[in-house]
Design a protein around this ligand. Structure first.
Ligand code: PMT
Length: 231
C-alpha cells in the first residue's frame, strides 16, 4: 500500500504546455501532453495531499480522482494561477512546459497569404514563473511553501551537456529539487515513459532510470517527502 506521507499537505502542480496566440487560429506551443504532471497529481492525492493542477494544453487526459484542475492557456495565465495558489501551497511542482517567448502582438484577424506575408514573428520573453516563485519565497511572501520542484527538459546525453545544463539551471533557478528529463524517443514529451536525473539543492544527484511516468512520479514524490521530513 502507498505511504500517506503527504497527508495534510497542499500541493500545486503545473502540467501540459502553454500556448501563445499569434492570431485567432494560430499559436506557438510545444509537445507537452501533461502526462507527467497528471501522474504526479494522481499519486500525490493517493499519498494524502490536497492537489490542484494548473493545466495548460494537455492531450485531453482524464482528471485524476480527487484532483482540482485550473485550466489555463498562456504562460501569463499560468503565472497568475500559480502565484495565487502557491500562497497556500506547501509544495509547488512545475512540470509544465512553459513557452519562454510569446509573439509581441496578437493579430485581431487571421494572418493571410498575400502581399504582406510575414517572414518572421517578433517575440518577447515570458516571465519565468519558477524563478518568480523562488524569489517570492525568499522575500517571505510564501509563508507555507517548503518544497519547490523545477523540471528541465534537455537534449543530449549524460556525457554530453544534459547534466551540465541542468546544474547551471538549478543554480540559476534555485529551486529545492530539479528533475532533469533527457528528451528523445520513448522519453519525456508525449509518451508514457520518462528518464533522467534528480538534482538536489545540496548538490546530491541520483539517476531516474527509464520507467513509466507513474513510477517517475513516485520517485519524485519520495524526494519531495524526504525534503519535507528533514527540513
Ligand atoms: O507533459 P508530458 O508530455 O508528460 O512531458 C513532460 C515534460 C517533459 C514536459 C516535463 O517532464 C518537463 O520536463 N517539463 C519542463 C519542460 C521544459 O522545457 O522546461 P524548461 O527547461 O523550459 O524550464 C525549466 C523549468 O522552469 C520548468 O519547471 C518550467 O516549468 C519552468 N519555467 C520555464 C519557463 C518559464 N517561462 N516559466 C517557468 O516557470
Amino acid at each position: 500500500s502507498l505511504p500517506r506521507d503527504l497527508t495534510g499537505c497542499t500541493l500545486v502542480v503545473t502540467a501540459g504546455g502553454t500556448r501563445e496566440p499569434l492570431d485567432p487560429v494560430r499559436f506557438l506551443g510545444n509537445r507537452s501532453s501533461g502526462k507527467q504532471g497528471f501522474a504526479l497529481a494522481r499519486l500525490a492525492v493517493q499519498r494524502g495531499a490536497s492537489v490542484t493542477v494548473v493545466a495548460g494544453a494537455t492531450a485531453e487526459l482524464p482528471v485524476p480522482a480527487g484532483v482540482r484542475v485550473v485550466n489555463v492557456t498562456t504562460a501569463e495565465q499560468m503565472r497568475k494561477a500559480v502565484h495565487q495558489l502557491s500562497e497556500r501551497a506547501d509544495i509547488v511542482i512545475m512540470a509544465a512546459a512553459v513557452a519562454d517567448f510569446r509573439p509581441v502582438s496578437v493579430a485581431e484577424s487571421k494572418i493571410k497569404k498575400g502581399n504582406d506575408e510575414p517572414t518572421s514573428i517578433p517575440l518577447v520573453k515570458n516571465p519565468d514563473i519558477l524563478a518568480e516563485v523562488v524569489k517570492r519565497r525568499d522575500q517571505g511572501e510564501l509563508p507555507v511553501t517548503r518544497v519547490i520542484v523545477g523540471f528541465a527538459a534537455e537534449t543530449g546525453d549524460e556525457q554530453g551537456d544534459v547534466l551540465t545544463h541542468a546544474r547551471s539551471k538549478l543554480n540559476r533557478k534555485r529551486c529545492d529539487l530539479l528533475v532533469v528529463n533527457a528528451v528523445g524517443e520513448g522519453k519525456a514529451f508525449e509518451v508514457d515513459s520518462n528518464m533522467g536525473w534528480l538534482l538536489k539543492a545540496d548538490g546530491t544527484e541520483s539517476a531516474l532510470p527509464l520507467s513509466s511516468k507513474n513510477l517517475m512520479a513516485s520517485r519524485i514524490l519520495d524526494a519531495v517527502s524526504s525534503v519535507l521530513h528533514t527540513s
